[in-house]
Design a protein around this ligand. Structure first.
Ligand SMILES: [Zn+2]
Length: 418
């Protein structure tokens, strides 16, 4: 298959690096000229545009969190000095905070890569149930669907009964919005006496703004015959990554530079290491370098059979505040849940402690009634854990059945930082 939205998706790694460095240095030069905030940030650090020319140079700039952006914009409204004041801004969105985001009516293929990879094309009629009111979602997703040729029904946050009516009357064959809202629409249709799969034509759905639980995905695909895809973005920086038909890791869009960063040092982490997703959107009006999303993920450098050559994100492992840092590496509850899926009938608990100046990580695994190969179990657990969490276990103890309760947490942090 060589079916891409454009040729950028299959660049060689050399072309890709050259492309990113060139776009980044252009944005740095423009930002230094047009944005008061960027000039100030560079001057404070005794940096000139010549010092930030490559992906590696990005580490010289600070990561800016959503909270910091809100504060900076509040001090210097509306855009915190990040925007080119003279730019031809087509529309201004807002998101809670408030954060204000200027958008150009540009040729940026915002969300089009995601919809293309999900199979949306000319002739499709797609219900867009993302809200259109004030926030970027409705209009930007709408634009992405238009760019791949689909017709859009801008149903936004209309009630479920009206959405059912639109699906029925307009022969809607695709949906975009949150997964929970699509399920609410399906339930409403059933309540109204329809058989959703038999009576309607919805065959494809692209979800965003909310995680897609594997059980819900299975239900959409198996019970309702809807092919489902996930898209990931942030309102401050637009689209970031999306699933292709392989539905494994998520391809990173060519319009953004994504780094996985250690929040304490601001340094970039290597492939497979869990850290904060930090995004720079390559654009000529809003010079927000290194936006910290607060979401956790890791980079996959595996080759995707679809032929796209981008780096990929291994889904979202949760929010930064929910994870615990062990020996400099994040361990997130979602990772432990993935570990547990390999040991379906067994409870386990991870205990984080500290000995001397080193974090310790010990695991208790509950034995079952009929015990078998304990050393084999320990070895298997050790390797599954290391693969998913990338942190090494110090000790594994097998504890008697009934020691770990069903409601006990997967992880206990016993470290005392006083
Ligand atoms: Zn792919």
């Amino acid at each position: 298959m060589s079916d891409y939205f454009d040729e950028k998706e299959s660049m060689t790694s050399e072309m890709r690096l050259e492309y990113y460095n060139r776009k980044l240095s252009e944005m740095v030069r423009l930002g230094y000229d047009k944005s008061e905030r960027i000039k100030m940030m560079f001057d404070e650090r005794s940096l000139s545009p010549a010092d930030v020319q490559t992906l590696d140079d990005l580490e010289k700039l600070p990561v800016i969190s959503r909270e910091q952006l809100i504060e900076i914009e509040a001090q210097d409204p509306p855009f915190g000095g990040f925007a080119d004041k003279k730019a031809d801004i087509e529309r201004i969105f807002t998101s809670p905070g408030p954060v204000y985001e200027p958008h150009l009516g540009s040729d940026d293929p915002l969300w089009a890569r995601a919809y293309y990879a999900a199979g949306f094309r000319k002739g499709d009629v797609v219900l867009n149930a993302f809200t259109y009111h004030m926030v970027a979602a409705g209009l930007t997703f709408h634009g992405g669907l238009n760019r791949v040729g689909a017709s859009v029904v801008p149903s936004g946050s209309s009630g479920t009964q009206q959405q059912v009516q639109l699906i029925k009357d307009l022969g809607v064959n695709g949906y975009t919005g949150t997964p929970s809202f699509l399920m609410a629409i399906i339930k409403k249709a059933e309540e109204m006496g329809h058989d959703f799969k038999r009576d309607f034509n919805v065959k494809r759905a692209s979800f965003g703004a909310e995680p897609l639980a594997p059980s819900l995905r299975k239900q959409f695909e198996e019970t309702y015959g809807i092919d489902t895809y996930q898209m990931y973005g942030a309102t401050e920086v637009g689209d970031i990554a999306y699933e292709c038909s392989e539905k494994k890791a998520w391809h990173i869009c060519e319009e953004v530079i994504v780094e996985i960063v250690d929040p304490e040092t601001g340094k970039r982490l290597g492939p497979g290491e869990l850290g904060e997703i930090v995004v720079t959107r390559l654009n000529p009006i809003f010079f927000l370098f290194r936006f910290g999303t607060g979401d956790l993920s890791s980079i996959s450098v595996a080759e995707c059979p679809c032929g796209r050559t981008s780096y990929m994100l291994n889904g979202i492992a949760g929010r930064m505040g929910d994870a615990v840092k062990v020996r400099g590496m994040f361990v997130a509850p979602s990772q432990l849940k993935r570990v547990s899926e390999h040991f379906a009938d067994r409870r386990f608990q991870v205990i984080i402690g500290r000995s001397g100046h080193r974090d310790t990580l010990n695991v208790k695994i509950q034995s079952t009634e009929q015990e078998e190969n304990l050393e084999g179990l320990k070895r298997l657990f050790d390797s599954v854990f290391k693969e998913i969490c990338t942190v090494k276990i110090d000790t594994i103890d097998i504890v008697p059945a009934g020691t770990i309760g069903d409601d006990d947490p997967f992880m206990i942090d016993q470290r005392d930082w006083k």
